[in-house]
Write a protein that binds this ligand. Structure first.
Ligand code: PEP
Length: 272
């Protein structure tokens, strides 16, 4: 069975004071939840502060992007090894805001995905269609193409220590989350497409849903068979919203009899 995973994507939000308050409340809110896994992906300048506040807790931390090269003349870039130096375990790759605002392509996202893996980070690889693409019935074509950018280049094995996230663009930052059924349909499509290459990896890989997840819809989304947790934007900026979403994931694991540490590494955040 797959453990649920809830990841906060803070995007370009935060301040030293606000982060401290938020992270202290999150740590206190989830410290008894050992059936699911939790992480926050914070802006680069706050990774060191996050490491200090989360070390020893059951909340991991990571980044929202990384550079695909190891080092060198890349002004403004951050390498995977710099992230692991600060205890990062996860990195979001190919978020739609990176693809749209910063012109990332399937190719560059795939290269970042591989660089993250090679450095020992868990890439959280984002895929999703726009509203127009959904209306034109292109969802499977778009998501399939994004998934294939990994499968064709690196093979299904590359997903063995990775997380996928289905994030329909029309649901991100809106008040219109996908219904559990809509999300489940695409998650099942993703899993079946992986199964054509490797049935075991398809069964093991965690596929998160992202797009307007709130405490009100989390439990229903997480109850779907192929939804293994959530990638949470706005609601991750408030402990009052993020913690109940984490609790919903933990509760779903308890109900489904998914036990501590089963199938995945121990979730205790690494020490400095
Ligand atoms: C996101 O951008 O990854 C996201 C899921 O945002 P929100 O939860 O705010 O829709």
């Amino acid at each position: 069975m797959r453990r649920k995973l809830v990841v906060g994507n803070w995007k370009m939000h935060g301040s030293i004071a606000a982060n401290r308050t938020l992270l202290e409340k999150v740590v206190a809110g989830v410290y008894t939840c050992y059936h699911a896994d939790f992480a926050v992906c914070v802006p680069y300048p706050y990774i060191a502060q996050t490491q200090i506040l989360l070390t020893g807790s059951n909340v991991c931390w990571g980044a929202q992007n990384l550079c695909s090269t190891r080092d060198g003349a890349s002004t403004g870039a951050v390498s995977p090894a710099m992230l692991t130096d600060f205890g990062c375990t996860h990195a979001i790759i190919g978020h739609s805001e990176r693809r749209n605002l910063f012109h990332e392509t399937d190719d560059t996202a795939a290269a970042r995905f591989n660089a993250a893996r090679e450095a020992g980070l868990v890439p959280i690889f984002c895929m999703g269609e726009s509203a127009e693409e959904r209306e034109s019935d292109w969802t499977e074509y778009i998501v399939g193409r994004q998934l294939d950018s990994i499968l064709r280049r690196f093979g299904p094995q590359a997903l063995s220590n990775a997380v996928l996230a289905y994030e329909p663009l029309w649901a991100i930052g809106s008040d219109k989350a996908a219904t559990p059924e809509q999300a489940q349909e695409v998650h099942a499509f993703i899993r079946n497409r992986i199964a054509r290459c490797d049935a075991k990896i398809a069964q093991e890989v965690r596929i998160l849903y992202g797009g307007s997840v709130t405490p009100a819809n989390a439990a229903q989304l997480f109850a779907m068979p192929d939804i293994d947790g959530g990638l949470i934007g706005r609601a991750s900026l408030s402990a009052e919203e993020f913690v109940p979403i984490c609790l919903a994931a933990n509760d779903r694991c308890v109900r489904s009899n998914i036990h501590r540490f089963e199938g995945h590494d121990a979730p205790i955040a690494a020490s400095a």
